[in-house]
Design a protein around this ligand. Structure first.
Ligand code: TXA
Ligand code: MG
Length: 322
């Protein structure tokens, strides 16, 4: 795919200070060069993103760390990079003063990640580090294919089509600037995996009193269709009307409801498809989405899926915050 895909036009656009959407293994990103402040402004404007919510900087090689953080040779950073990069881990480290405030939301730290996608890596290799949030309008589910990006932005921004994202949930965000290190957003890489590499305990943001990741306080991941979490018994599996979507993490299909999706404990597929299902309910104009609970708390993806589902349901309760 990389060899056949002509990236030059997109490289030129980024170098001219434009915004381009590109695929990663987690979700699509809305990218701008880190040194083009107008393009960074445009990202916030396009997304409708609050200006205190910082962006993740995407790199293609460890040599680029030197331009971003005084911790470019910190043993923990290098250890984690060796095991998890390229991959779905964003590390929060102290920033160099040179980085645009627009990227860090004025914080003294910066989030950095090396995505595991050949098109993303080739693009960054050609343009230098790219700041990129998920390529959705603020509050909408993150995009897991090029079509989702077009749903939110129409033809306003060019999209590099890399097919479906293989993970489908945003990266694990690990704050290394605090001790003990803290997971601000759970993802595909788990606390246990991080602890095994670092040889020390890692906290979760839910265990700490202050919410340090600015993004976590905003409305998230929500479709327009109302979502409810169904906590009732197992007997209600397929008794839904035609205009209600059922998302069932645990069971096999058993009935004939039109919009019932059963994952039979396959959380990898659920993660890959969740945002697409939410968007599909909107496109089909359904009346409601009913989510059944996940039961396998030991599954590595449980914390990440649980976190996203909580946010979707919280949004329903509170309504949009901006
Ligand atoms: O998988 C991903 O991480 C995707 C792809 C495109 O790489 N990106 C993504 O970006 O999800 P975004 O902007 O939607 O989420 C980034 C999260 C936000 O919650 C933001 O507040 C947090 O990371 N963040 C970024 N920089 C931070 C910092 N310096 N301190 C604390 N949190 C930070
Ligand atoms: Mg996002």
């Amino acid at each position: 795919m990389t060899l056949q895909y002509r990236l030059e036009p997109y490289i030129n656009l980024l170098n001219e200070g434009k915004v381009v959407a590109f695929p990663t293994e987690t979700v699509y990103g809305l990218g701008a060069r880190v040194d083009h402040v107008e393009a960074l402004d445009r990202i916030y404007e396009l997304k409708g993103r609050p200006s205190d919510n910082p962006l993740i900087v995407h790199i293609s090689g460890l040599d680029q760390l030197k331009r971003l953080t005084p911790w470019w040779n910190h043993p923990t950073v290098l250890q984690l990079a060796q095991v998890f990069w390229p991959g779905p881990l964003a590390m929060i480290v102290p920033r160099l003063p040179l980085i645009a405030d627009r990227i860090t939301g004025g914080l003294d730290t910066v989030a950095i990640r090396m995505p595991n996608h050949p098109l993303a890596l080739a693009l960054i290799e050609a343009c230098g580090p790219l700041a990129a949030p998920s390529a959705n309008r603020s509050g909408r589910p993150s995009p897991t294919c090029a079509h989702h990006v077009r749903e939110d932005f129409g033809t306003q921004i060019p999209v590099i089509d890399g097919g479906n994202c293989t993970i489908g949930l945003e990266s694990t965000v690990l704050d290394l600037s605090v001790d003990p290190p803290c997971i601000l957003r759970p993802g595909n890489i788990t606390a246990a995996q991080l602890e095994a590499v670092m040889g020390k305990p890692v906290k979760s943001a839910s265990e700490t009193s202050s919410m340090k990741s600015p993004g976590t306080k905003y409305r998230h991941y929500a479709p327009r269709t109302p979502v409810v979490l169904f906590e009732g018994g197992d007997d209600l599996i397929d008794v839904f009307e035609d205009d209600i979507m059922l998302i069932d993490p645990e069971h096999h299909p058993s009935g004939s409801s039109r919009w019932a999706y059963h994952y039979a404990g396959d959380y990898d597929t659920l993660a890959r498809e969740l945002y697409d299902r939410l968007r599909q309910a909107d496109l089909e104009g359904l009346k409601q989405i009913v989510l059944l609970p996940m039961k396998n708390v030991h599954h590595p993806l449980y914390p990440a899926l649980e976190n996203r589902i909580q946010k979707i349901v919280e949004t329903e309760k509170k309504g949009p915050s901006h």
